[in-house]
Design a protein around this ligand. Sequence first.
Ligand SMILES: [Cu+2]
Length: 115
Amino acid sequence: MKRQLAAALVAASSLTAVLAAPVAADGPRAHAASSYRILLKDSYFSRSSITTRGSATLTFVYAGKLTHNIIGPKVPSSYATPQKRARTLTRTYRKGLYSFSCTIHPGMDLKLRVR
Ligand SMILES: [Cu+2]
């Protein structure tokens, strides 16, 4: 009886291990995901260009003393309103070319290329 219970526990734990393993449909390197923390400083983004593969997750963090806005794809229209209080926005982008800007400060731009 004890042996059967032990065998059942082993079977259950190996099943759990299989279920918990990450599923890589196209191989481990096919869909690299990169994350970037973009600080909104006075008056520039902490990165002006990013090129990566697979997908990119950007987290915009208000870090300056001045007001800034964010205009760009998948950015809610509420972010067009100048803000200076601390807030963050996280969005994920797949293959394509994307441009972000703060329209209050000319040249405060970020270009993202996901291959
Ligand atoms: Cu700005």
